[in-house]
Design a protein around this ligand. Structure first.
Ligand code: ADP
Ligand code: MG
Length: 503
């Protein structure tokens, strides 16, 4: 199949990468999978095949874990590298990402479908930023000195202290919605802490993780510290999650697969962090500044075609402003310029895959059959690629599928409430998820009263989907275990050793 349609927008570097053979990275070498199999990578804007990637096997995972174990050995170059030099290396990686910002943004847009302009200033810029931020932590993983008062050894004194040590070999499994950013959120803290890694990108979007791995090699990471095995969940991800040579698994993806990862890791009680799904409530109070709340609530759901775990997908609008907000968001949705991600004027691109297109289309149909109605959207856009219209569903019951389940597409469910204390808080928290929440109001007292009552890992007030390397991100309830970013993430990759010396 000719996959060249729409690729004229790629620069020379991205074009060169696309046409080079895709391999997997094991022990510093780019090799083919032992499976001898490859899988197709599609341009979501056209549905055409643009490249092939290696389908990693269990043997590849074994080899990658063995390489990561050797690189973690006491005498390895990596273990002997000083924290300061590790910091400089991370800094170089951040710089290289920025140097290749356009190329990476184009590859991301081609692979995932997202608007290239957004990929450049959000995905790729934030990916560089987490490496720069984490570069500063390599020298600050310090322990403490303890004053002991042991009652059963009178007369003996102790010098006791704590020491932070890297957790070991880490298996990292990441999703397709923010491919390079999820790779960076996982790799930067693991490397900052001195761990070694086997990374498995999502089968839908392996391109930027492979290019990032090349840049990381260029920055001078010793061989075997980072290994990248592309492939499918069942054949590549599952053997990694259950591998006895892996000390810790970090996973971002669906709650359904998160539960499988817990079972896979349970056998040898691996350390585990999970960043899973969401169905986040976004709340507009009567006193909100609607000139900010309407576009803010619209982009809270439509950003990244709705394929954001923290998307503000359940909009709670207080009664007095309900009609104006629904009309405003419907108008915003109709005004979004749709098109291929690689077109710089595109505001809303295609979904990532045929699978995701079918899934989201199924929810749109369910929204219509459960007694709900559409304020806008509800169908396919265009006649090729995986585009769906930005959609606003109204009048759905709280128990409806479209209100309870994560759709992961540009589909908003808007609902009306009148009372904050007895009604809104209960309904907003009526979800198995607890990733994020939003509040739009100009009344600081109301905001402060509401924030602690929302069961969510992040609460955005008069803004939404704001991310920063210094701000921890993660979920309550079934949205996950642990936090990424901020200094909190270091706990995911460090052990604490207590040392007690009698004298
Ligand atoms: P989605 O269903 O939206 O594709 P997933 O949670 O399935 O999201 O995918 C997230 C990541 O988890 C991907 O890298 C995928 O390959 C991987 N994955 C899927 N199934 C498994 C599994 N059983 N074990 C390990 N990893 C898996
Ligand atoms: Mg899946």
């Amino acid at each position: 199949m000719d996959g060249s349609k729409g690729l004229e927008a790629l620069g020379a570097e991205a074009r060169k990468f696309i046409s080079s053979p895709k391999k997997i990275l094991i022990d510093g070498e780019w090799v083919n999978s032992t499976s001898g199999e490859t899988f197709e990578i599609y341009n979501p804007a056209t549905g055409q095949v643009v490249a092939h990637a290696q389908s990693g096997s269990k043997e590849d995972v074994n080899a990658a874990v063995a390489a990561a174990r050797r690189a973690f050995d006491d005498h390895s170059e990596w273990r002997k590298m000083s924290p300061s030099n590790r910091g400089k290396l991370l800094h170089r990686i951040g710089d290289l990402i920025l140097k290749h910002q356009d190329e990476l943004a184009q590859l991301e847009s081609l692979d995932n479908g997202k608007p290239v302009v957004v990929a450049k200033v959000a995905d790729v810029a934030l990916a560089a930023d987490i490496f720069h931020y984490m570069a500063g932590w390599t020298t600050k993983a310090d322990g403490g000195v303890l004053d002991l008062s042991v009652p059963f050894t009178p007369g003996t004194e102790y010098h006791a202290y704590t020491k932070r040590e890297p957790i070991g070999v880490v298996g990292q499994i990441i999703p397709w919605n923010f491919p390079i950013l999820m790779a960076a959120w996982k790799l930067a803290p693991a490397l900052a802490c001195g761990c070694t890694v086997v990374l498995k990108p999502a089968e839908e979007t392996p391109l930027t993780a492979l290019r990032l791995a090349e840049l990381i090699q260029e920055a001078g990471l010793p061989k075997g510290v980072l290994n990248v095995v592309t492939g499918f969940g069942e054949t590549t991800g599952a053997p990694l999650a259950s591998h006895p040579g892996v000390d810790k698994v970090a996973f971002t993806g669906s709650t359904e697969v998160g539960k499988l990862i817990v079972k896979a890791a349970a056998n040898d009680l691996k350390k585990l962090t999970l960043e899973l799904g969401g169905k986040s409530p976004n709340i507009i109070l009567n006193d909100a500044d609607l000139s900010k709340a309407i576009p803010g609530a619209a982009s809270a759901i439509f950003f990244n075609q709705g394929q954001t775990c923290s998307a503000g997908s359940r909009l709670f609008i207080q009664d007095k402003v309900y009609d104006e907000v629904v009309a405003g968001i419907a108008a915003y949705a109709k005004g979004l310029k749709m098109g291929p991600g690689l077109d710089p004027s595109t505001q809303l691109g295609p979904l990532v895959s045929q699978n995701q297109f079918d899934r989201v289309s199924g929810y749109m149909a369910a929204g219509k059959t459960e007694g709900a109605s559409l304020a806008t959207g509800g169908g396919r856009w265009g006649n090729e690629g995986y585009f769906v219209e930005p959609t606003v569903i109204i009048n759905a019951a709280d128990s409806a599928k479209v209100v309870q389940e994560e759709i992961f597409g540009p589909v908003l469910v808007a609902t009306r409430f009148s009372d904050v204390d007895d009604e809104l808080v209960r309904r907003a928290n009526d979800s198995v998820y607890g990733l994020a929440a939003g509040i739009w109001s100009q009344d600081v007292s109301k905001i402060h009263k509401l924030v602690p009552r929302l069961r969510a890992g992040t609460v955005w007030v008069n803004c939404y989907n704001i991310f920063d390397a210094s701000m921890p991100f993660g979920g309550y309830k079934q949205s996950g275990w642990g936090r990424e970013m901020g200094h909190q993430v270091l706990n995911n990759y460090l052990e604490t050793k207590a040392v007690c010396i009698a004298y």
